[in-house]
Design a protein around this ligand. Structure first.
Ligand code: 13P
Length: 254
């Protein structure tokens, strides 16, 4: 029903709490020289907050866009340790990952907060990369569809339908993150098709256009099979994105 050709693939690197400024610059020096023929893919790099400014400077004359790994929805305020959207915009940062399962589980990020963060990013013309995904226990209990529907509905509740296509959704099954236990191509396709059909309940034209990527133990050896699935529009890559050659191979697979 929905043609993947309408959607430009996107591959994002989520570096989590890895790489100093010096390591970020070293990665980019090696990576930038080799991305010549990746014009068909949107490339996004999400370094730690301390390396955002250096990453933006190093990638100014390249197709790579830099995104944060988290953001606060308020413009300013007594929120110790948080970073606001205007602060990201001042650095020319292009977007932010929100709702990563590590932030949900370890740092209490809630669907209620996400329902404020996603529209705040869109209003500032920043790209939200919204992560959703079920735990192993939820999958085993047959709750995958319900969990994904609940997260998609809650986190995007305040985004008006015409703006929905500006969001990138990352389907990241928690059991596949950092475990080496990648979802099968069928599992990734099935879950992402479920997410797309949930968006179609709101607006079928948006569902055909919104990009939904897969994350969870994406490696050079499994990326092509995952990205070839009709509803999988690219990937959000953790561990394998830390090495410029591995990350390049994954980008080429898209
Ligand atoms: P890994 O690729 O290391 O499994 O991490 C996935 C992830 O959490 C990306 O956001």
């Amino acid at each position: 029903m929905h043609s993947a050709s309408q959607r430009r693939p996107l591959v994002a690197a989520n570096w989590k709490m890895y790489k100093t400024v010096a390591e970020t610059e070293d990665f980019l020096d090696r990576f930038l020289g080799s991305i010549g023929n990746l014009g068909e893919v949107d490339l996004v790099l999400c370094p730690p907050a301390t390396a955002l400014a250096a990453a933006v400077e190093r990638t100014r004359r390249s197709p790579i866009r830099i995104a944060a790994q988290n953001v606060h929805e308020q413009e300013a305020g007594p929120f110790t340790g948080e970073i606001s959207i205007p602060m990201l915009r001042e650095l020319d940062v292009a977007g932010a990952v929100v709702g990563h399962s590590e932030r949900r589980a370890l740092f209490c990020e809630t669907d209620e907060a996400l329902a404020r963060k996603v529209p705040a990013l869109l209003s500032a013309e920043l790209l939200p990369i919204l992560c959703v995904g079920e735990s192993e226990a939820e999958r085993d209990a047959g709750e995958t569809e319900a969990v994904l529907a609940r997260q998609v509905d809650a986190d995007l509740a305040a985004v008006p339908d015409p703006k929905l296509a500006g969001v990138v959704i990352a389907y990241e099954p928690i059991w596949a993150i950092g475990t080496g236990r990648t979802a099968t191509t069928e599992q990734a396709q099935e879950a992402i098709a479920l997410i797309r059909s949930r968006i179609a309940v709101r607006d079928s034209a948006v569902a055909a256009r919104i990009r939904i990527v897969y994350g969870g133990s994406v490696k050079p050896g499994n990326a092509a099979g995952l990205f070839a699935q009709p509803d999988v529009d690219g990937g959000l890559v953790g561990g394998a994105s830390l090495d410029p050659e591995d990350f390049l191979a994954i980008c080429e697979a898209a």
